[in-house]
Design a protein around this ligand. Structure first.
Ligand SMILES: [Ca+2]
Length: 434
């Protein structure tokens, strides 16, 4: 009798299909490389013009307290892909291009965002920079992406597609590919083809741009890296700044092509787009009023621009002040797509803060990189660099100028205890999984 009842229930489930208007949304995640908090006009740049991203913010939601999980490229990508602190994926530092340093890569033990989406019936594609390992077993197509087009190292020459070790690094899935063209244009061309091919079924498109990471090359500049030699000219600071501006503006133009394609195909009503950066700017760019640069745990190393766009569900022109990190995108994007998730993750779903439903509970979040540690909880940030300790109220003092470590020892003690607990947890996890 009970079985019959369950059968009727499950049949009821089968026939109560969602109406067509509720087909799962497409998800597009666009990430810039080394783009700083002050590098686009809607985040205050006075000389780089980014009309497409500005419009995305006008029609969507700008995040003022979004952080990359890492202060450099690979760790952030590991956290983004797995929804966990990068330490759990075994990637705390950058994966370098030198041949004797190519053994590292994303762990098989962690399920990726692409694997979650694929299991739910999505088609998945990655177009651009991977930077999660060179070996074939680290390739995106082995970690849930149906299609990969781009490069696996930390950066390639925008014209010749040679990596930092002077080796050719341009791929379609696991095969070397000999396309000619400027990286930012090429990855967009292929991403647009992916959208076309999958316009009738839900897709996850991950579009990690190279811009504005070095080498600093505009669309019409010469290749620096040629087989067997590095032809990098002795460039002036102003020449590199000129290229940097152009690189961000070309990326913006290409993001515009993605929005145009969505409109052309009538997908703009049912596609959620998120834009972010993977760490703060180098001295070539701008982190606005923030202290520090890429590689540091001062705010300039990890507080970066982020924008969400989903006109059918996100009210236009809103600002979101919630503290969120790269690792939160996995549970958030799954939630936007209506995909339930059972796994226990470090990242949390912040979709409620975008759709005006609910705020996140206050939680501590952590970073460690080389000899720097930091914890953030609410308005407070404790930072340790070697043996130097700092405490800032980042709401009142975003530029981290007033060290309150001596005047608010109680808060510092509370945050230090949280940090030590997390640090131990990450170390134990490392020991257990190695
Ligand atoms: Ca980066």
């Amino acid at each position: 009798m009970r079985n019959l009842f369950l059968l009727i229930l499950s049949l009821f489930g089968l026939f109560s299909c969602k109406p067509k208007s509720e087909t799962p949304p497409n998800i597009i995640l666009i990430m810039a490389d080394d783009l700083g908090y002050g590098d686009i006009s809607c985040f205050g740049s006075d000389h780089i013009k980014t009309p497409v991203l500005d419009n995305m913010a006008t029609e969507g939601m700008k995040f003022t307290d979004y952080h990359s999980n890492g202060a450099v490229c690979s760790p952030t990508r590991a956290a983004l892909m797995t929804g966990n602190y990068q330490q759990r994926a075994g990637l705390e530092g950058v994966i370098y291009a030198q041949l004797d340093k190519r053994m590292f890569g994303i762990s098989d033990k962690q399920k990726t965002i692409a694997e979650f989406f694929k299991e739910a019936g999505y088609t998945t594609g990655a177009f651009g920079k991977w930077h999660l390992g060179y070996k074939p077993e680290f390739n995106p197509t082995r970690h849930g992406f149906d299609e990969f087009y781009g490069y696996v190292s930390g950066n390639v020459d925008y014209i010749s597609h040679l990596d930092g070790a002077g080796l050719y690094d341009w791929w379609h899935n696991t095969d070397t590919c000999y396309d000619k063209g400027y990286v930012t244009d090429l990855i967009t061309d292929h991403a647009l083809q992916f959208i076309e091919k999958n316009k009738d079924r839900p897709f996850l498109l991950y579009l990690p741009h190279e811009a504005p990471h070095a080498p600093y090359q505009g669309r019409n500049d010469k290749a620096y890296r040629l087989p067997g030699k590095d032809n990098r000219p002795q460039e002036s600071q102003s020449e590199m700044k000129r290229a940097y501006k152009e690189m961000v503006e070309i990326m913006d133009e290409n993001i515009g092509r993605v929005f145009q394609k969505l409109k052309e195909l009538g997908l703009d009503k049912n596609t959620f787009v998120f834009f972010c950066s993977d760490n703060g700017a180098t001295k070539m760019g701008s982190n606005g009023m923030l202290n520090g640069f890429k590689g540091s745990l001062w705010e300039g190393g990890h507080r970066v621009p982020a924008i969400a766009w989903y006109p059918s569900k996100i009210a236009a022109g809103k600002q979101n002040k919630t503290t969120v990190l790269s690792m939160d995108l996995l549970p958030t994007l799954l939630s936007v797509a209506g995909i339930p998730i059972q796994s226990k993750l470090d990242g949390v779903d912040f979709s409620g803060t975008m759709f005006g439903q609910k705020q996140l509970d206050e939680r501590p979040v952590f970073w460690r990189y080389r000899n720097q540690w930091t914890v953030r909880k609410g308005d407070w940030k404790y930072l340790k660099i070697k043996d130097n300790e700092f405490l800032f109220n980042v709401k009142d003092d975003l530029g981290e100028q007033q060290n309150l470590i001596k005047t608010n020892a109680e808060k510092a003690t509370e945050l230090k205890a949280l940090l030590e607990h997390w640090d131990n947890e990450m170390n134990q996890y490392k020991q257990q999984t190695n």
